[in-house]
Design a protein around this ligand. Sequence first.
Ligand SMILES: Nc1ncnc2c1ncn2[C@@H]1O[C@H](COP(=O)(O)OP(=O)(O)OP(=O)(O)O)[C@@H](O)[C@H]1O
Ligand SMILES: [Mg+2]
Length: 252
Amino acid sequence: MTEETVYEVKNLNAWFGEKQVLKNVSLKVYRNKITALMGPSGCGKTTLLRCLNRLNDYTETFKLDGEILFDGENIYRMDPVQLRKRVGMVFQRPNPFPMSIFDNVAYGPRIHRLVNSKKELHERVESALKAAALWEEVHGELKKSAYKLSGGQQQRLCIARAIAVEPEVILLDEPTSALDPIATERIEKLLEDLSSRYTIVIVTHSIGQALRISDYLGFMYRGELVEFGETAQVSEDPKHELTQQFLTGKIG
Ligand SMILES: Nc1ncnc2c1ncn2[C@@H]1O[C@H](COP(=O)(O)OP(=O)(O)OP(=O)(O)O)[C@@H](O)[C@H]1O
Ligand SMILES: [Mg+2]
């Protein structure tokens, strides 16, 4: 296989207090591909996703061993702020900041000092909103509060906010679970478009969504990554009985 590896997770174990929530997880995430993680509630999907940009570090009881390499570098030898600049995150519930549409998208470029002039900032906000397929709907009202947008628009705004710092990877934790089918379809289409420029890792409850949009698919069960491979292979010819059962709705 000639894919370029962005993340290499090796023998990752993780605990919250005494409870082990990830068990010997190893996987690779490939550049400009969509990798989906699925599995029953509580199996560790969010925890694994949050390991990739060290978001669990804020939880005091969290412990991990194993290795996570990002572009070949151990993420625990990197500055977490720099890591999170290169690895954006979109959460389950749209969480715009309490500020205008413009300021939400401008937030990252401002704090990371990525632009040198107002003009550059405006260009960057515009291109992020365009990339997130939101520009057409909001360009006349950028000063309006982000809270005035619909749920689907807010989620695209959060994607624009992530894109505005030009990350290499975008992590998404069930980004459409709070959205209606039409807003969901727009986001799925958007992610497929974005995957030509970004590496995407998405946690999803929806098997349909995973099959529609992902190139690689992982199935997790009770903290283990039971199965991982190309989506077509995992869905058509799963190696593990549990994956088969999950895909056919017998567990989940
Ligand atoms: N901050 C925390 N403190 C203690 N335990 C936690 C914490 N976060 C998650 N856990 C536990 O870790 C396990 C894995 O949780 P995680 O949120 O990763 O699952 P998930 O697969 O994302 O589930 P869901 O589909 O419901 O979102 C669960 O048993 C959960 O209770
Ligand atoms: Mg979760």
